[in-house]
Design a protein around this ligand. Structure first.
Ligand code: F6R
Ligand code: MG
Ligand code: MG
Length: 371
């Protein structure tokens, strides 16, 4: 068995929240290299999307392993020290816990992990997002694993034909449910259609019980109880054979879906699939971005990556995303560009409401304005 762990955090941006400093990424590489030498990791790859650093690691310790989580935490802490020296923006932004307490979950960073029996050939894609939230992968995961118009393998691929089980988390109530596709898709869509509250954590092949996808569902605002930036989630998807083909896994991103995030984490905007060279959101701090790194896993080694969205086949998606961005921007501070009020609770909204509380009068008592 091999465990794939992707643990990520924003520990400082350059310039502003737009990208990462190469020294921080190199520090990450050095820390993980040492862990590989002392046998904790089999392999690693450090990358970034925007101001978030992603530690992609393989090992044989299983999910939620304290040592692996501590390695990620310590790497983020050391990276934060360097980010502070460089006066990078928002240094240590996602390290919400005062100290590591055994598991990275609930401490700020996001994590997606799966323990797998490595197949004779094991293609995987690691997705890295910036300027959006946990739950942003609900729609793409539905397309990949439940929609035959996206994934013909569901119809004509024998090992996919039984469908997939979706593990869905209620991120507010800390509950989870498993629902089966295709028989329960109408029930499932009631929940995953509300990605702010419900997030697909895991997808499993119903025939073989093998995990096919796992995403990070950590919600920064719920952990901190105030606005502290968006979650900028990650996701690992296994491809081919008993899972959707590489092209079926990427196909959902031919539409720039509207997601939460963008400027101040408080706007709806299009999710733009980009190659690494374009993974530095700038326009209105966005639009939200997604990078896909493809690897072949070989005895736990990460062979790759291939920069999957670095493909002219996605140029028109980026054009469309820019058109949608222009149109949404015209709305300025109006919904539905700006998030609905109930999702602005972690911004200035409660303070403005409190300041004006005693200036509201019941309609019946209101005096007509005098000329
Ligand atoms: C969104 C994001 C940025 C910041 C914005 C303000 O996730 O990171 O849009 O919210 O640049 O940043 P502060 O409040 O740090 O000045
Ligand atoms: Mg940031
Ligand atoms: Mg970010």
């Amino acid at each position: 068995m091999v465990t794939l762990s992707c643990i990520k955090a924003d520990i400082g941006g350059m310039v502003g929240h737009s990208s990462s400093h190469p020294d921080i990424l190199n520090l990450g590489r050095e820390e993980l290299e040492q862990a590989k030498r002392r046998g904790l990791l089999i392999d690693y790859h450090v990358s970034h999307c925007g101001d978030d650093m992603f530690l992609i690691m393989t090992h044989d310790r299983g999910e939620n392993n304290t040592e692996v989580h501590k390695l990620a935490w310590d790497t983020f802490v050391k990276g934060t020290e360097l980010a502070k020296k460089l006066k990078l923006y928002g240094a240590g932004q996602d390290l919400l816990a005062d100290a590591f307490s055994g598991n990275i979950r609930g401490a700020g960073p996001g994590s997606a992990e799966m323990e797998i029996e490595e197949r004779p050939s094991e293609p995987i894609i690691v997705f890295m997002a910036d300027k959006t939230s946990a739950g942003a992968f609900n729609l793409p995961l539905y397309k990949m694993f439940a929609d035959p118009f996206n994934t013909p393998g569901l119809v004509i691929g024998e090992p996919l034909h039984q469908g997939f089980t979706f593990e869905i988390q209620d991120v507010q109530q800390h509950m989870q449910i498993r629902l089966n596709s295709p028989d329960e898709i109408y029930d499932m869509l009631v929940f995953i259609g509300a990605p702010n509250r419900y997030a697909v954590k895991r997808v499993v092949n119903r025939l073989t019980n093998e995990v096919g996808a796992v995403s990070s569902t950590d919600k920064l605002s719920l952990i901190a109880g105030r606005y502290v930036g968006k979650d900028d989630p990650t996701m690992i998807v296994r491809c081919q054979g008993n899972f959707p083909a590489v092209g079926e896994v990427l196909e959902p991103f031919t539409t720039p879906w509207i997601v939460e995030g963008w400027m101040r984490g408080s706007h709806h905007g299009p999710l733009m699939p980009v190659g690494l060279a374009d993974a530095h959101p700038s326009r209105f701090d966005g639009p939200p971005r997604l990078v896909a790194l493809g690897f072949q896993v070989a005895d736990g080694k990460l062979i790759g990556p291939n920069d999957m969205f670095d493909d002219p086949g996605f140029d028109h998606v980026r054009d469309k995303a820019n058109q949608i961005a222009d149109f949404l921007r015209l709305h300025g501070p109006f919904e539905p560009h700006r998030l609905p009020l109930e999702e602005m609770e972690y911004t200035t909204m409660p303070a403005v409401a409190a300041k004006l509380a005693d200036r509201w009068t019941p309609l019946e008592e209101a005096q007509p304005a005098r000329a």
